[in-house]
Structures are given as C-alpha cells and as structure tokens.
Design a binder for this molecule. Sequence first.
Ligand code: PDD
Length: 279
Amino acid sequence: QIAYVNGSFVPLSEAKVSILDRGFLFADGIYEVAAVLDGKLIDNASHLARLERSVGEISLALPETTERIQEIQKELIARNKIVNGMVYLEVTRGADTGRDFAFPKAVKPTLIMFTSVKDIVNAASAKTGIGVITVPDLRWERRDIKSVALLAQVLAKQAAAEAGAGEAWMIEDGKVTEGGSSSAFILTQDDVLVTRQNSSAILPGCTRKAVVALAEERQLRVEERPFTVEEALAAKEAFITSATVFVQAVVSIDGKQVANGKPGPMTNRLREIYVDFAR
Ligand code: PDD
C-alpha cells in the first residue's frame, strides 16, 4: 500500500507526520472520503467542493489546487490498484515548532492520502440492512464543516458496535440529526422521502445530495426537515447514505423493527439508482 504525504508517494508504513502536527494536537484539519467503483472516483467534484468549503470555513488554504488533489487521488488509486474502495484525504494546518492555539505564521499545511479496499456494491449489509442505535448528539455547533474532530462520532459508533448495530443515529432536541458517519432518511407511509435539511446541525452529505436529486428527478416527493425516532419507527422504510455505504437500509432502531425488519423496496430501488448514477 502506497500513501501520499506532502508531495511524496511512500509505503504506508513509512508515511509519517510530525507529532507537532496541528491535526494531531488540535484536530485542526479537514478530511474527505470518496468512493472508488470499478477504479473510478465517485461524485468526486462534490467531495472536492465540500473540501474547499470546509477549509474556507476554518481559514485554511489548501496546499494544492483541487485539480492537483484529484490527480493525486487518481495516481494513488492506480498505484494501489484499487478497483472498489475509497480514498481518504486529510489536510491540516501543519506542524509548527510548539503548541500555540492561534494559527502559526508561515507553516505549510499537511496533506495526506491513503486508500482502502471495500466492495461497497456487494457488501453483505446491503442485502440485510443494518440496525441503528440512538445516542445524544454531543458534537459542536459547526457540523457542516468536515473536521477531523470526530470523538463524539467515535464514541457513538463504538456504542453501536458494542450493541451489534451498524450505525448510531444522533439525537438533538428530540430529532435525529444524522448518523455517526452517514445521512439519515425515512420514507413515510404516504411515500414522502424525509431527510433533515442542510444547516450547521449536520454535514451536507454528498451522497445525500445526489440521492435527493435522483429521487426528485423521478417525481418522488422529498421533504427536507428533521424527523423523530417515533416517526422513523412508524415509517415504511428507513436508510442511511454515505460515500462508504452508498444507500443502506436501516431495519431496526434501538432493537425495534422498522416495518417488517427487511430492506424496503424504495431503499433497494434508490440504491440501484445511485449505483447506476455512480457507474
Ligand atoms: N462520513 N454525516 C456525517 C457525520 C459523515 O461523517 C458523513 C460521511 C456523512 C455522509 O457524507 P457523504 O455522503 O458525503 O459521504 C454524513 C465519511 C464517509 C466518514 O467519516 O468516513
């Protein structure tokens, strides 16, 4: 496995950054995860646009143009012969000589990338769906920034793993914000697709955006608003979206079945439509 670190392609085991890197000390960094399907990056323009927005929101200048970043992503996919998987990229404010909270002057941002293998289309959980648990949303108030400060999500997803669930839905003011690393959707009994509107309360998911557009193109009614767990339990179907799962059915919430406890037909259809769009 080859990784990219600040201008060089190096074996993953030799890919290193300083202990003074602000990503490590302060989580002062931004990341993106883009899927690879049949060797091709999926919806990458959307991921790079969000990267530019995220770095802008924390006044961090990208060390490379997004065109160059995409070239590096592609080179890494080729070098690692990734057919199905993902490319992770992270940019931090770099390593200074000490630990000043305020931005250091004249420090070059750190840019790293690595790949991993995952057959997203044929994942077993795509057929069975997953259970989710609910946890309080403990995150900060700028969840629209894809920052590497992920401790709340780490704890949420660990709790899910310990409960044998595939994702944690985070709850704020009685409503679902989103999953630990995914956007949350339900299909109501009147066939309305509901997902929370973009705001600083959630990450604007790239897959979410594509799925909403694909659903609207097919005349499906979409309502962007928060929903409760009770509403989700009374729904026809529920699912999550992300670059690493595409569209994945949610078949139980806190151990209670959603509908018949199987992936619903609309979820399966939207998954197929998304995979076609991606291909
Ligand atoms: N997570 N919401 C949160 C909090 C996320 O972390 C993610 C993605 C999403 C879905 O966004 P997208 O469709 O653009 O992947 C929503 C990535 C996959 C991760 O942290 O691994």
